[in-house]
Design a binder for this molecule. Structure first.
Ligand SMILES: CC(C)(COP(=O)(O)OP(=O)(O)OC[C@H]1O[C@@H](n2cnc3c(N)ncnc32)[C@H](O)[C@@H]1OP(=O)(O)O)[C@@H](O)C(=O)NCCC(=O)NCCS
Length: 227
């Protein structure tokens, strides 16, 4: 049994508990030690019966544990991983037992794949990617570091998604290339190449604006000078 610490005590962090308990039900593998999160509002509390053990900077206190990043905002995922990487942490890879996964798929460290997702063959899923539930990933799809694929997304064979992208729920992506730091709105249909660092949405998906989403945590923190 290996110890697991979840970096992020929000909704996604608690969904990771759900996933780990499903993994353990199938075969006992993980002891959840708790969460680390630097937000003052969660210090000292318990979530789903597991304690918040401190802030991200406390990661060094758990040299034997494995860690997993649990933020839905890819920029936040990247920021926290970069923050704690100085401690040379062990990263967990968490795959729901109900995922269909062929041996030809390449998975990086820190990857999470939620229940009933289906990866066909030869996909390359980079470090710290989150593939949420009920998602279909076609042959040879590439997904860059920190990217987040929301529930019920379909990505067809040959598509390339860049680093730190967010793909909203129920979206369809054809065999096209999506740049880095792209946000794709929920229920979109992506049929053409998308350049880096923009927000797109709609059917067919079109650019709404450049940069991060207007309502993203990253943008709000940046405006407050905290990011
Ligand atoms: C695209 C998204 C990121 C919003 O980005 P934003 O930069 O904050 O944009 P705004 O909300 O200010 O919307 C800007 C415009 O785009 C439109 N828009 C926003 N999301 C859209 C979507 N998914 N499809 C079509 N149009 C959309 C808005 O109606 C608005 O149009 P208007 O200017 O004509 O009023 C967000 O709406 C979205 O779809 N998020 C995904 C949520 C999700 O799937 N979460 C999964 C959780 S598991």
């Amino acid at each position: 049994m290996k110890e697991l610490i979840i970096l992020g005590a929000g909704g996604l962090g608690q969904e990771i508990v759900l996933l780990v308990e499903a993994v353990n039900f199938y075969k006992e593998q993980w002891i959840i030690k708790g969460f680390l999160d630097s937000h003052p509002s969660v210090q000292g509390i318990e979530l789903l019966g597991f304690p918040v053990l401190g802030s991200f900077e406390d990661a060094y206190k758990f040299p034997n544990a494995h860690f997993i990043i649990a933020f839905g905002d890819p920029r936040m995922r990247e920021k926290v991983v970069n923050l704690v990487n100085i401690y040379n942490l062990n990263w967990a890879t968490l795959i729901s037992p109900t995922v269909r996964l062929h041996r030809s798929n390449e998975l990086g460290k820190g990857v999470v794949i939620g229940r009933l997702s289906d990866l066909t063959v030869n996909a390359k899923i980079s470090d710290h990617v989150l593939i949420n539930i009920h998602t279909v990933i076609g042959h040879g799809v590439e997904i860059g570091e920190y990217s987040v694929i929301s529930p019920n997304v379909t990505i067809t064979g040959g598509a390339k998604i860049g680093k730190s992208c967010f793909v909203g729920a129920n979206t369809f992506i054809r065999d096209v290339t999506v740049g880095d730091y792209v946000t794709i709105g929920a229920c979109s249909c992506v049929v053409k190449q998308i350049e880096s660092n923009c927000v797109v949405a709609g059917v067919p998906a079109r650019i709404i604006h450049q940069g991060p989403p207007v309502h993203s945590v990253t943008k709000i923190l940046r405006e407050k000078g905290e990011n």
